[in-house]
Design a binder for this molecule. Structure first.
Ligand code: ADP
Ligand code: MG
Ligand code: MG
Length: 193
């Protein structure tokens, strides 16, 4: 299926609501292996996304995503801002013409390109990869999303702030993967995937 502008807007507004609700949890997760600001960073970003798209009722999906990307890049101010920004921008390039799994695959490529992280470096890319694969196989469920987040726990961070802890990062969830899970939970709620 292809997403309409309306569905894309609803999806991102739902994502924003979840992030704002989980702001403290995300800060706590980042406190354990980073600098404790991931929830605050993301909440600032999605608030700007909300402002940018809330009145865009008749806007194509590509434009909604471009506005969201600009908001994340300009407002987040942590490593996660450019990552989400690039993901949204790469999705914007294809969302008006391609099927949903292709759109999310483009988002994952954007994350990888921007992060320069390989698999198993305990970054958002490790969470996105199995989710996009499940989407392509028409097997995406809440369980798949939860398992993809849980799988980041055992990984040792070799990119980003968490890498300063080295082995100490093992046993903790990757905060960016947890915030990404809300993007996919929101998608499941708004769209029949
Ligand atoms: P900062 O680390 O600058 O404080 P945030 O706390 O907002 O930024 O975001 C941290 C999250 O960003 C991490 O949990 C991880 O998922 C993601 N991240 C950081 N660096 C990278 C990277 N190089 N590649 C992919 N994801 C990364
Ligand atoms: Mg942080
Ligand atoms: Mg920070």
């Amino acid at each position: 299926m292809k997403l309409t502008g309306k569905q894309t807007r609803a999806w991102l507004l739902n994502f924003s609501a979840k992030i704002q609700e989980k702001k403290q949890d995300l800060n706590d997760l980042d406190q354990a292996i980073g600098d404790g600001d991931h929830g605050s960073n993301m909440a600032r970003g999605v608030h700007a996304v909300e402002e940018a798209i809330k009145n865009e009722n008749h806007t194509p999906a590509s434009e909604i995503l471009k506005k969201a990307a600009m908001a994340m890049v300009s407002k987040v101010g942590g490593a996660s801002g450019p990552l989400y920004g690039t993901a949204f921008l790469e999705m914007a390039k294809v969302i008006d013409t391609e099927e949903l799994p292709t759109v999310l695959a483009a988002g994952l490529d954007g994350v990888k390109k921007r992060s320069k992280a390989d698999a198993d470096e305990k970054t958002m890319a490790d969470m996105w990869a199995p989710v996009v694969k499940a989407l392509q196989e028409k097997k995406l469920t809440k369980d798949v999303i939860n398992e993809s987040v849980e799988a980041t726990k055992e990984l040792k961070a070799t990119k980003g702030r968490a890498s300063y802890l080295n082995e100490g990062s093992i046993g903790h969830l990757d905060p960016g993967s947890v915030s990404s899970s809300y993007l996919f939970f929101a998608l499941l709620e708004e769209v029949d995937v």
